[in-house]
Design a protein around this ligand. Structure first.
Ligand SMILES: NC(=O)c1ccc[n+]([C@@H]2O[C@H](COP(=O)([O-])OP(=O)(O)OC[C@H]3O[C@@H](n4cnc5c(N)ncnc54)[C@H](O)[C@@H]3O)[C@@H](O)[C@H]2O)c1
Length: 244
């Protein structure tokens, strides 16, 4: 029987590429979407029409109860779970001196606490089954400081600490827990930046282009495969040489 995966924030961007790639790898996939039901339904239809199996569930993963309800529904659909990909994330970029408490709270609650909320609701199941795999999407912003991103950098660095500590707890059960840290990737998140800023970013990247969501999904696909079973507690940067 094929493997089964839960993915958060699957209705667009990197999350959609991860859902499609895992489905192509033979995973049955349950993914969450925050608000765009139409896009989520289209993705389910696309995967189903290609012979795969997927289901979408509305959830605000920054809220513990909502994350818990999502995991319950995902488990009912999948009956078994082999993989969790925490991907849902937001930015609220601005200099600290004008950053509102709400900018700080929304980013920490979604990017960091959201990963706790979903993982906490699944980890007991993984531990009991002595099987599972967790991949957390962080960012190069968790490794280096970026102007205007004190909230985002703190959340993404927090994910790295969370991943490393959980990897130690899960290693005795051979459950790998790793991070993928993308640089700049062409998605709606980055498309909202001013054109001039995007050009400056491309010029900073040694490969002179942004990454694609598919390139991130391909790395996730490898880490989710048996080929990566001895890798745990690591951060895989994928950034066209930005942090080389
Ligand atoms: N795009 C980049 O350049 C880039 C770089 C590094 C890391 N990342 C990370 O990759 C992940 C995906 O980013 P993306 O570029 O695809 O962004 P995106 O904005 O296109 O998609 C983010 C997804 O997260 C979901 N989401 C946001 N808040 C949520 C909440 N409270 N509950 C549930 N879902 C929620 C959205 O609905 C959406 O599906 C994020 O964690 C982001 O921080 C992105």
């Amino acid at each position: 029987m094929g493997k089964k995966a839960i993915v958060t924030g699957g209705s667009r961007g990197i999350g959609t590429a991860i859902v499609k790639t895992l489905a192509a790898d033979g995973f049955q996939v349950a993914f969450s979407y925050l608000s765009n039901k139409e896009k989520a339904d289209l993705l389910v239809e696309e995967i189903t029409s290609q012979g795969g199996s997927a289901a979408a569930f509305q959830a605000d993963t920054s809220n513990f109860e909502s994350a818990s309800a999502f995991v319950t529904k995902a488990r009912e659909f999948l009956t078994d779970v082999d993989l969790l990909v925490n991907n849902a994330g937001i930015t609220r970029d601005k200099s600290l001196f004008i950053m509102q408490q709400s900018d700080w709270d929304q980013v920490i609650n979604t990017n960091l606490t959201g990963y706790f909320n979903v993982t906490r609701n699944l980890i007991g199941y993984f531990f009991k089954n002595k099987r599972g795999c967790i991949i957390n999407i962080t960012s190069v912003s968790g490794l280096v400081g970026i102007n205007g991103q004190t909230n985002y950098c703190a959340s993404k660095a927090g994910i790295i600490g969370f991943t490393r500590a959980l990897a130690k707890e899960a290693a005795k059960l051979s459950i790998p827990v790793n991070c993928v840290a993308p640089g700049y990737v062409d998605t709606e998140m980055t498309r909202s930046m001013p054109e001039k800023h995007l050009e400056e970013i491309k010029n900073m990247i040694p490969m002179r282009r942004m990454g694609t969501a598919q390139e991130i999904a391909d790395l996730v696909s490898f880490l989710a495969s048996d080929k990566a079973r001895y890798i745990t507690g690591q951060v895989f940067t994928i950034d066209g040489g930005l942090t080389a």
